[in-house]
Design a protein around this ligand. Structure first.
Ligand SMILES: [Mg+2]
Length: 404
């Protein structure tokens, strides 16, 4: 069944909220600054300022040169968050599946509810009207409708302000073909520059480009993601922000400086990563009931294991101990390029029954003590003896996301 997804993007959000609050600002070029620091950048410019070429992320001095009468405002995050809450509750009148993508963007899955309101287009126009009537007449949004999140987002980006674009099987290829690659969510300027080195400038080129070339340049996950973009495919579900909070999982991964082959070295890295993930769990007051790990081999093939934990856990050493049995079942036929671990099925610590066993209590105290020392004096000031010398290096992955 074809899904019906809406992506809603508020136009020039912070700036229009300011104009909504103060009618004297309406129709004038205004810029909202990120902070009161001297060298701050513009985080939002009004539609009028954008027409003059003042873009988000430009410097203030530069902007004032273009437009000396620019009205400069210091942003008030609380005010914007409040308006966000109000438009999210409007969206929830049409479906329970509302995913907050950023402070001014959301995805709605209306597959099951569209018929109640006369179809997704009707929902889009109702939402536009409700935002104007119930929040403010100056606020507008661009909406994209598509069979998946990627195409809905591509659609909302096509007409600004106040746009409504429907992407379906009939017009999909035409739209994808005619857009520069950097317009797509997940590509951006840096990736499109690297793609141009492979002679890839359009989605058509991207479709033709052999997957092996993309894997070589961007790594296996990003390569497949780029291929999916080329065909406008995206199976990711819209996860309601209410569920999102609960469906949280914690992960940590790293690409090795050099490929590793020794099982002992792999075990050491696993312990190191599980310690990191467990620390993240404890920092956010979560416990997990499931854990797992994966390897990426030299030829970019992968292998991984997921295992259930007998009891709630937030102790890296315990995760590691349980992973060893799984590890023994894996045939390491090639050097390992990257390792990742995760903890899932998490629950807030207040909901987790605490253990009465003296050794569990002692372990918990040791962890709390280690955390308090590390939180105060810096990461890994105190760690397990076997891990001394293992350092975490930050690697930026092909898709521009920071990875460990
Ligand atoms: Mg926006």
């Amino acid at each position: 069944m074809t899904r019906k997804i809406l992506h809603i993007d508020m136009n020039s959000y912070f700036a229009t909220v300011e104009q909504q609050a103060n009618p004297l600002l309406r129709g004038r070029p205004i810029a909202v600054l990120g902070s009161k620091a001297k060298r701050t950048i513009i985080v939002a410019s009004s539609i009028e300022a954008k027409r003059l070429g003042i873009k988000t992320a430009s410097g203030l001095n530069e902007a004032l040169k273009i437009c000396p009468e620019l009205v400069v405002i210091h942003g008030e995050p609380r005010k914007y968050a409040d308006v966000t809450r109000r438009f999210i509750s409007i969206f929830e009148e049409f479906t329970d599946k509302v995913e907050i993508f950023s402070i001014d963007e959301a995805f709605l899955d209306v597959t099951k509810t569209a018929n109640l309101f006369g179809g997704p287009e009707k929902i889009a126009s109702k939402i536009k009207r409700k935002i104007r009537d119930e929040i403010g007449s100056w606020l507008s949004c661009s909406i994209g409708i598509g069979p998946n999140k990627f195409l809905a987002k591509t659609g909302s980006d096509l007409e600004k302000p106040d746009g409504l674009v429907i992407i379906n099987e009939n017009n999909k290829d035409n739209i994808l073909q005619n857009l520069p690659l950097e317009r797509f969510c997940g590509i951006g300027r840096a990736i499109s520059r690297r793609l141009s080195l492979l002679d890839v400038y359009t989605t058509g080129d991207l479709r033709k480009c052999p997957i092996a070339c993309l894997k070589e340049e961007f790594g296996v996950i990003s390569a497949w993601k780029l291929k999916q973009i080329a065909y406008g495919l995206d199976i990711s579900p819209v996860i309601s922000w209410r569920e999102q909070k609960l469906a949280k999982s914690f992960s940590c991964s790293r690409t090795m400086n050099r490929d590793i082959t020794s099982r002992d070295e792999i075990k050491k890295q696993l312990l190191f990563l599980f310690e990191k993930v467990a620390k993240k769990l404890r920092d956010d007051n979560y416990w997990a009931k499931e854990a797992g790990f994966w390897f990426r081999f030299k030829d970019f093939s992968g292998h991984g294991k997921v295992f259930r934990l007998g009891s709630w856990c937030c102790n890296g050493l315990e995760f590691y101990g349980l992973s060893l049995k799984q590890l023994s079942q894996i045939h390491l036929h090639q050097p390992v390029r990257a390792i990742g671990v995760f903890a899932g099925r998490v629950q807030l610590s207040v909901n987790v029954p605490s253990s009465f066993l003296p050794e569990d209590k002692l372990n918990q105290q040791i962890l709390e003590t280690m955390d308090s020392i590390n939180n105060r004096y810096g990461e890994d000031v105190i760690t397990r003896g076997v891990l001394t010398g293992v350092k975490l290096k930050e690697v930026v992955s092909g898709m521009g996301r920071k990875k460990f």
